[in-house]
Design a protein around this ligand. Sequence first.
Ligand code: F6P
Length: 318
Amino acid sequence: MKIALLTSGGDSPGMNPAIRAIVRTAAFNKIKIYGVRSGYKGLIKGDLVELNVNSVGDIIQRGGTMLGTARSPEFETDEGIEKALNVLNVYNIDGLIVLGGDGTFMGAEKLSKAGIKTVCIPCTIDNDLAYTDYTIGFWTAIETVTEAIGKLRDTSSSHGRANVIEVMGRNSGQLALYSALAGGGESIIVPEEDVDIDAICKKALRGRMRGKKHNLIIVAEGAGKAFDIADQIIDKTGIDTKVTVLGHVQRGGSPCAVDRILGSLMGRHAVELLMAGNTSIAIGVKENKIIDLNISQALEEKRDFNYSIYDTINILSI
Ligand code: F6P
Protein backbone atom coordinates (compact mmCIF):
# COMPACT_ATOMS: atom_id res chain seq x y z
CA MET A 1 0.00 0.00 0.00
CA LYS A 2 1.14 3.57 -0.72
CA ILE A 3 -0.18 6.66 1.06
CA ALA A 4 0.41 10.37 0.45
CA LEU A 5 -0.27 13.24 2.80
CA LEU A 6 -0.46 17.00 2.43
CA THR A 7 -1.20 20.14 4.42
CA SER A 8 -3.30 22.79 2.69
CA GLY A 9 -4.80 26.25 3.28
CA GLY A 10 -3.83 28.29 6.36
CA ASP A 11 -1.37 26.48 8.61
CA SER A 12 -2.12 25.71 12.24
CA PRO A 13 0.00 24.64 15.20
CA GLY A 14 -0.36 20.88 15.56
CA MET A 15 0.01 20.00 11.89
CA ASN A 16 3.53 18.71 12.56
CA PRO A 17 2.53 16.31 15.37
CA ALA A 18 -0.20 14.98 13.04
CA ILE A 19 2.31 14.52 10.19
CA ARG A 20 4.62 12.68 12.60
CA ALA A 21 1.82 10.36 13.71
CA ILE A 22 0.79 9.59 10.11
CA VAL A 23 4.33 8.81 8.98
CA ARG A 24 5.18 6.72 12.07
CA THR A 25 1.90 4.74 11.90
CA ALA A 26 2.56 4.06 8.23
CA ALA A 27 6.11 2.94 9.00
CA PHE A 28 4.86 0.74 11.85
CA ASN A 29 2.56 -0.98 9.35
CA LYS A 30 5.21 -1.17 6.60
CA ILE A 31 3.30 1.22 4.33
CA LYS A 32 5.18 3.45 1.90
CA ILE A 33 4.41 7.10 2.60
CA TYR A 34 4.94 10.25 0.55
CA GLY A 35 4.70 13.86 1.72
CA VAL A 36 3.36 16.37 -0.81
CA ARG A 37 5.01 19.78 -0.53
CA SER A 38 2.85 22.96 -0.57
CA GLY A 39 -0.59 21.34 -0.47
CA TYR A 40 -2.73 20.82 -3.57
CA LYS A 41 -0.46 23.26 -5.43
CA GLY A 42 2.44 20.83 -4.96
CA LEU A 43 0.25 17.85 -5.79
CA ILE A 44 -0.58 19.32 -9.20
CA LYS A 45 3.15 19.83 -9.84
CA GLY A 46 4.07 16.36 -8.62
CA ASP A 47 6.17 17.73 -5.75
CA LEU A 48 6.26 14.56 -3.64
CA VAL A 49 8.97 13.26 -1.34
CA GLU A 50 9.18 9.84 0.29
CA LEU A 51 9.16 10.06 4.08
CA ASN A 52 10.42 7.64 6.72
CA VAL A 53 10.63 7.36 10.52
CA ASN A 54 13.60 9.74 10.63
CA SER A 55 12.00 12.40 8.42
CA VAL A 56 9.61 13.33 11.21
CA GLY A 57 12.06 13.28 14.13
CA ASP A 58 12.11 16.39 16.32
CA ILE A 59 8.98 18.00 14.85
CA ILE A 60 6.34 17.24 17.49
CA GLN A 61 7.07 20.57 19.20
CA ARG A 62 7.35 22.72 16.08
CA GLY A 63 4.73 25.16 14.81
CA GLY A 64 3.82 25.46 11.12
CA THR A 65 4.03 22.48 8.79
CA MET A 66 7.24 20.74 7.68
CA LEU A 67 5.56 20.03 4.32
CA GLY A 68 4.68 23.65 3.61
CA THR A 69 1.21 24.79 2.62
CA ALA A 70 -0.49 26.96 -0.01
CA ARG A 71 -3.83 28.06 -1.34
CA SER A 72 -4.33 26.71 -4.87
CA PRO A 73 -6.92 28.33 -7.15
CA GLU A 74 -5.80 25.95 -9.93
CA PHE A 75 -6.90 22.94 -7.90
CA GLU A 76 -10.44 24.35 -7.90
CA THR A 77 -10.63 23.85 -11.68
CA ASP A 78 -11.34 20.57 -13.52
CA GLU A 79 -7.90 20.77 -15.18
CA GLY A 80 -6.26 21.11 -11.77
CA ILE A 81 -8.07 18.03 -10.45
CA GLU A 82 -7.07 16.10 -13.60
CA LYS A 83 -3.41 17.00 -13.08
CA ALA A 84 -3.58 15.95 -9.42
CA LEU A 85 -5.20 12.61 -10.32
CA ASN A 86 -2.52 12.01 -12.90
CA VAL A 87 0.26 12.55 -10.35
CA LEU A 88 -1.44 10.25 -7.83
CA ASN A 89 -1.71 7.56 -10.52
CA VAL A 90 1.92 7.93 -11.58
CA TYR A 91 2.99 7.39 -7.95
CA ASN A 92 0.47 4.56 -7.52
CA ILE A 93 -1.05 6.21 -4.45
CA ASP A 94 -3.85 4.19 -2.85
CA GLY A 95 -4.88 6.74 -0.25
CA LEU A 96 -4.45 10.44 0.50
CA ILE A 97 -4.57 12.11 3.92
CA VAL A 98 -5.19 15.87 3.91
CA LEU A 99 -4.76 18.29 6.81
CA GLY A 100 -6.56 21.64 6.70
CA GLY A 101 -9.90 23.44 6.89
CA ASP A 102 -13.15 23.33 4.92
CA GLY A 103 -11.57 24.26 1.55
CA THR A 104 -9.06 21.43 1.95
CA PHE A 105 -11.88 19.01 2.79
CA MET A 106 -13.82 20.02 -0.34
CA GLY A 107 -10.75 19.26 -2.45
CA ALA A 108 -10.45 15.82 -0.85
CA GLU A 109 -14.09 15.13 -1.54
CA LYS A 110 -13.59 15.87 -5.25
CA LEU A 111 -10.62 13.48 -5.37
CA SER A 112 -12.56 10.76 -3.60
CA LYS A 113 -15.36 11.08 -6.16
CA ALA A 114 -12.69 10.50 -8.81
CA GLY A 115 -11.65 7.25 -7.10
CA ILE A 116 -8.88 8.25 -4.69
CA LYS A 117 -9.37 7.10 -1.10
CA THR A 118 -9.22 10.19 1.11
CA VAL A 119 -9.20 10.98 4.83
CA CYS A 120 -9.28 14.53 6.26
CA ILE A 121 -7.86 15.83 9.54
CA PRO A 122 -9.29 19.18 10.75
CA CYS A 123 -6.49 21.74 11.13
CA THR A 124 -7.39 25.42 11.48
CA ILE A 125 -7.13 27.96 14.27
CA ASP A 126 -10.68 29.13 13.39
CA ASN A 127 -12.43 26.04 14.87
CA ASP A 128 -15.09 26.55 12.22
CA LEU A 129 -15.74 22.90 11.35
CA ALA A 130 -18.88 22.16 13.32
CA TYR A 131 -18.76 18.35 13.18
CA THR A 132 -15.78 18.33 15.53
CA ASP A 133 -15.64 19.92 18.98
CA TYR A 134 -12.14 21.23 18.24
CA THR A 135 -9.85 21.60 15.26
CA ILE A 136 -6.09 21.16 15.61
CA GLY A 137 -4.42 24.52 16.28
CA PHE A 138 -7.37 26.15 17.99
CA TRP A 139 -6.17 25.68 21.58
CA THR A 140 -2.65 26.90 20.78
CA ALA A 141 -4.10 30.01 19.14
CA ILE A 142 -6.26 30.63 22.22
CA GLU A 143 -3.09 30.52 24.35
CA THR A 144 -1.41 33.03 22.01
CA VAL A 145 -4.37 35.40 22.03
CA THR A 146 -4.89 35.07 25.79
CA GLU A 147 -1.26 35.99 26.39
CA ALA A 148 -1.61 39.02 24.11
CA ILE A 149 -4.80 40.12 25.90
CA GLY A 150 -2.92 39.88 29.23
CA LYS A 151 -0.13 42.13 27.95
CA LEU A 152 -2.58 44.64 26.53
CA ARG A 153 -4.48 44.63 29.83
CA ASP A 154 -1.28 45.82 31.59
CA THR A 155 -0.82 48.83 29.37
CA SER A 156 -4.57 49.49 29.15
CA SER A 157 -4.65 49.79 32.97
CA SER A 158 -1.52 51.93 33.17
CA HIS A 159 -2.92 54.49 30.74
CA GLY A 160 -6.61 54.20 31.54
CA ARG A 161 -7.39 53.38 27.93
CA ALA A 162 -9.68 51.10 26.02
CA ASN A 163 -8.02 48.56 23.72
CA VAL A 164 -9.69 46.95 20.74
CA ILE A 165 -8.03 43.64 19.87
CA GLU A 166 -8.77 42.08 16.48
CA VAL A 167 -8.33 38.32 16.29
CA MET A 168 -8.62 35.93 13.32
CA GLY A 169 -11.87 34.26 12.32
CA ARG A 170 -13.23 35.05 8.88
CA ASN A 171 -16.66 33.57 9.49
CA SER A 172 -16.32 32.42 13.03
CA GLY A 173 -16.16 34.03 16.47
CA GLN A 174 -14.80 30.90 18.17
CA LEU A 175 -11.30 32.24 18.77
CA ALA A 176 -12.64 35.58 20.00
CA LEU A 177 -15.15 33.85 22.27
CA TYR A 178 -12.81 31.48 24.07
CA SER A 179 -9.91 33.91 24.36
CA ALA A 180 -12.14 36.74 25.62
CA LEU A 181 -13.32 34.47 28.41
CA ALA A 182 -9.78 33.27 29.20
CA GLY A 183 -8.35 36.80 29.06
CA GLY A 184 -11.12 38.48 31.04
CA GLY A 185 -12.19 40.75 28.17
CA GLU A 186 -14.97 43.29 28.79
CA SER A 187 -16.75 43.00 25.44
CA ILE A 188 -16.75 40.74 22.44
CA ILE A 189 -17.81 41.30 18.84
CA VAL A 190 -18.39 38.17 16.73
CA PRO A 191 -20.02 37.43 13.35
CA GLU A 192 -22.62 35.19 15.04
CA GLU A 193 -24.20 38.08 17.01
CA ASP A 194 -25.30 41.65 16.17
CA VAL A 195 -22.92 44.35 17.34
CA ASP A 196 -24.32 46.63 20.03
CA ILE A 197 -21.76 49.40 20.11
CA ASP A 198 -23.87 51.48 22.54
CA ALA A 199 -23.89 48.64 25.07
CA ILE A 200 -20.10 48.32 24.72
CA CYS A 201 -19.67 52.07 25.30
CA LYS A 202 -22.04 52.08 28.28
CA LYS A 203 -20.10 49.25 29.86
CA ALA A 204 -16.82 51.11 29.32
CA LEU A 205 -18.21 54.25 30.99
CA ARG A 206 -19.78 52.26 33.85
CA GLY A 207 -16.48 50.54 34.49
CA ARG A 208 -14.69 53.85 34.50
CA MET A 209 -17.12 55.25 37.08
CA ARG A 210 -16.41 52.42 39.49
CA GLY A 211 -12.66 52.89 39.09
CA LYS A 212 -11.88 50.25 36.48
CA LYS A 213 -8.77 51.34 34.60
CA HIS A 214 -8.73 49.00 31.59
CA ASN A 215 -11.28 48.06 28.95
CA LEU A 216 -10.63 45.27 26.48
CA ILE A 217 -12.84 44.69 23.45
CA ILE A 218 -12.14 41.50 21.47
CA VAL A 219 -13.28 41.59 17.83
CA ALA A 220 -13.33 38.64 15.42
CA GLU A 221 -12.07 39.82 12.00
CA GLY A 222 -15.27 38.62 10.33
CA ALA A 223 -17.41 40.87 12.53
CA GLY A 224 -15.95 44.27 11.73
CA LYS A 225 -12.79 46.29 11.47
CA ALA A 226 -11.08 47.08 14.77
CA PHE A 227 -10.17 50.64 13.67
CA ASP A 228 -13.82 51.48 12.85
CA ILE A 229 -14.96 50.13 16.20
CA ALA A 230 -12.28 52.13 18.04
CA ASP A 231 -13.36 55.33 16.24
CA GLN A 232 -16.95 54.77 17.33
CA ILE A 233 -15.90 54.20 20.95
CA ILE A 234 -13.84 57.39 20.94
CA ASP A 235 -16.75 59.38 19.43
CA LYS A 236 -19.32 58.04 21.87
CA THR A 237 -17.28 57.97 25.11
CA GLY A 238 -14.25 60.21 24.68
CA ILE A 239 -12.12 57.36 26.07
CA ASP A 240 -8.69 57.11 24.48
CA THR A 241 -8.87 53.85 22.51
CA LYS A 242 -6.01 51.92 20.90
CA VAL A 243 -6.13 49.14 18.32
CA THR A 244 -4.11 45.94 18.02
CA VAL A 245 -4.60 43.61 15.07
CA LEU A 246 -2.97 40.34 16.14
CA GLY A 247 -2.76 38.89 12.61
CA HIS A 248 -0.61 35.92 11.68
CA VAL A 249 1.16 35.70 15.02
CA GLN A 250 -1.93 33.66 15.98
CA ARG A 251 -1.05 31.00 13.44
CA GLY A 252 2.46 30.28 14.71
CA GLY A 253 4.14 28.91 17.80
CA SER A 254 4.84 25.55 19.36
CA PRO A 255 1.62 23.50 19.54
CA CYS A 256 0.15 23.16 23.03
CA ALA A 257 -0.30 19.72 24.59
CA VAL A 258 -3.95 19.39 23.50
CA ASP A 259 -3.08 20.08 19.85
CA ARG A 260 -0.19 17.59 19.97
CA ILE A 261 -2.47 14.94 21.47
CA LEU A 262 -5.24 15.55 18.92
CA GLY A 263 -2.70 15.51 16.07
CA SER A 264 -1.17 12.25 17.29
CA LEU A 265 -4.49 10.43 17.80
CA MET A 266 -6.09 11.67 14.59
CA GLY A 267 -2.92 10.99 12.56
CA ARG A 268 -2.80 7.36 13.65
CA HIS A 269 -6.54 6.95 13.05
CA ALA A 270 -6.26 8.38 9.52
CA VAL A 271 -3.76 5.73 8.42
CA GLU A 272 -5.77 2.94 10.00
CA LEU A 273 -8.94 4.12 8.24
CA LEU A 274 -7.16 3.91 4.88
CA MET A 275 -5.73 0.49 5.73
CA ALA A 276 -9.29 -0.71 6.38
CA GLY A 277 -10.34 0.52 2.92
CA ASN A 278 -12.36 3.60 3.95
CA THR A 279 -12.73 6.70 1.81
CA SER A 280 -14.16 10.22 1.96
CA ILE A 281 -13.82 10.41 5.73
CA ALA A 282 -13.44 13.39 8.10
CA ILE A 283 -11.89 12.71 11.49
CA GLY A 284 -12.86 14.77 14.53
CA VAL A 285 -13.19 14.78 18.29
CA LYS A 286 -16.53 14.72 20.13
CA GLU A 287 -16.86 14.59 23.89
CA ASN A 288 -13.23 13.54 24.20
CA LYS A 289 -13.48 10.65 21.73
CA ILE A 290 -11.95 10.47 18.25
CA ILE A 291 -14.76 10.14 15.71
CA ASP A 292 -15.04 9.81 11.94
CA LEU A 293 -17.83 10.49 9.47
CA ASN A 294 -18.43 11.15 5.80
CA ILE A 295 -16.82 14.39 4.48
CA SER A 296 -20.02 15.83 2.98
CA GLN A 297 -21.94 15.07 6.16
CA ALA A 298 -19.17 16.76 8.18
CA LEU A 299 -19.25 19.88 6.00
CA GLU A 300 -23.02 20.21 6.29
CA GLU A 301 -23.02 20.55 10.07
CA LYS A 302 -23.53 24.03 11.58
CA ARG A 303 -22.09 24.96 14.95
CA ASP A 304 -24.54 26.26 17.54
CA PHE A 305 -23.26 29.53 18.93
CA ASN A 306 -22.09 28.99 22.50
CA TYR A 307 -24.30 31.41 24.44
CA SER A 308 -23.08 29.96 27.71
CA ILE A 309 -19.58 31.35 27.05
CA TYR A 310 -20.92 34.57 25.50
CA ASP A 311 -23.19 35.29 28.47
CA THR A 312 -20.46 34.36 30.96
CA ILE A 313 -18.13 36.95 29.40
CA ASN A 314 -20.82 39.60 29.83
CA ILE A 315 -21.76 38.57 33.36
CA LEU A 316 -18.15 38.42 34.59
CA SER A 317 -17.23 41.77 33.06
CA ILE A 318 -20.22 43.58 34.58
O1 F6P B 1 -8.50 30.02 7.88
C1 F6P B 1 -7.73 30.52 8.92
C2 F6P B 1 -7.46 31.96 8.80
O2 F6P B 1 -6.55 32.17 9.83
C3 F6P B 1 -8.60 32.97 8.88
O3 F6P B 1 -9.10 33.25 10.14
C4 F6P B 1 -7.97 34.18 8.24
O4 F6P B 1 -8.91 35.07 7.74
C5 F6P B 1 -7.19 33.55 7.13
O5 F6P B 1 -6.83 32.26 7.59
C6 F6P B 1 -5.98 34.30 6.69
O6 F6P B 1 -5.38 33.57 5.67
P1 F6P B 1 -4.04 33.94 4.91
O7 F6P B 1 -2.92 33.38 5.72
O8 F6P B 1 -4.14 33.28 3.61
O9 F6P B 1 -3.96 35.41 4.87
